[in-house]
Design a protein around this ligand. Structure first.
Ligand code: 5AD
Length: 345
């Protein structure tokens, strides 16, 4: 086990068999070792600095019906909302004032949010804030739409593939969605020039070690600039309401594997990890993450963007809670970096 970890550290790759061995056999002692190696690699590229991204959840209307997600179309118990352009711009203003130089616009796949409306929104933000990075996380769009958003001034795009296994993908999503289109989107985004983020939920229902190996190999092929991984957490109004959460240890192991394989990638310590345990955010950083994404959405609607139960959006997960985040990071020897934090080769 130790020699596998050391080789992953040195060579940034392992065979499928070796990955399987690592995923199956990593005990607490070796988890501590791989977390330490991953942390050292992150430190060698980023020092003790953690990039921050202001997350604006622009709407929870969604045409999709993903079995894991709290804002899935069939959930009649969500109060749907959509932020208008002025509200989004004022979130950006607040974020800019607080020192954020990356804003992330995330939302469900909302038919009202036509490509034209997204272009208009991105252009307006770009005009008002020439020096910030604009990240979009709005789901699957056409090639032309991605091109238009990029031309309007978007720099980055987040779209987790969720699982690279066809059968597993179909067990998490309705028939209207396909892994093939998901992957088409990701290759489009890379080709257009976006800093592209993908990733998975750890411990999603039906996920096996084999699936995880496939995910790791896919990410090695895609070479995304950003890798988002967090535990699956059940939402009470979904078909997966009584499925167990993903495990902290497995999430931290995967985080460290991704850090060792992709030394310069931007890897957030996710809100889901911070929701799973009170010290989740810190543990993610100590396992090799180098980004956190505090919530910049208007406080009055945060609770409506519940992808899973008990989703953290206040305190150190909130943009207005940067001081608290600063204190928590300080306690583990890290500081906030307020630069744009672009991917650097
Ligand atoms: N648990 C954890 N993560 C979730 N996401 C959606 N629903 C859940 C859940 N129940 C993640 C998906 C999606 C991202 C925006 O949120 O991976 O890509």
């Amino acid at each position: 086990m130790r020699s596998l970890i050391e080789r992953l550290h040195r060579e940034h790759t392992l065979s499928p068999d070796e990955l399987r061995t690592l995923l199956v056999g990593c005990d607490a002692e070796h988890l501590a070792l791989i977390n330490q190696k991953a942390r050292e690699v992150a430190y060698s590229h980023f020092g003790n600095r953690i990039f921050i991204r202001g997350l604006i959840e622009i709407g929870n209307c969604c045409r999709n019906d993903c079995f894991y997600c709290g804002i899935r179309r069939s959930n009649r118990n969500v109060e749907r909302y959509r932020l208008d352009k002025e509200t989004i711009l004022s979130c950006c203003a607040q974020g800019y004032e607080l020192g954020f130089r990356t804003i992330v616009l995330q939302g469900g796949e909302d038919n009202y949010m036509t490509d034209e409306r997204v272009v208009d929104l991105v252009s307006s933000i770009r005009k008002a804030y020439p020096d910030i990075a604009i990240t979009l996380s709005l789901g699957e769009k056409s090639t032309e739409a991605y091109q238009a958003f990029y031309q309007a001034g978007a720099n980055r795009y987040l779209l987790r593939h969720e699982t690279h296994n066809e059968a597993h993908y179909q067990s998490l999503h309705p028939e209207s969605m396909s892994l093939q289109n998901r992957l088409r989107c990701l290759y489009d985004l890379k080709k257009i020039g976006y800093q592209t983020g993908t990733g998975i939920m750890v411990g999603s229902p039906g996920q096996t070690i084999e699936h995880l190996v496939e995910d790791i190999l896919f990410i090695e092929t895609l070479q995304p600039e950003m890798i988002g991984i967090g535990p699956f957490l059940p939402h009470h109004d979904t078909p997966f309401a009584s499925e167990p959460s993903g495990k902290m240890e497995q999430t931290l192991l995967l985080l460290s594997i991704f850090r060792l394989m992709h030394p310069k990638a931007l890897i957030p310590s996710t809100t889901a990890l911070a929701t799973l345990a009170p010290d989740g955010r810190e543990r993610g950083i100590l396992a090799g993450a180098n980004v956190v994404m505090p919530n910049l959405s208007p406080v009055w609607q945060r609770s409506k963007y519940a992808l899973y139960d008990n989703k953290a959006s206040m305190g150190a997960e909130a943009a207005e809670g940067l001081r608290l985040l600063e204190e928590k990071l300080d306690a583990i020897g890290y500081v906030i970096d307020k630069s744009r934090g672009d991917y650097e080769n």
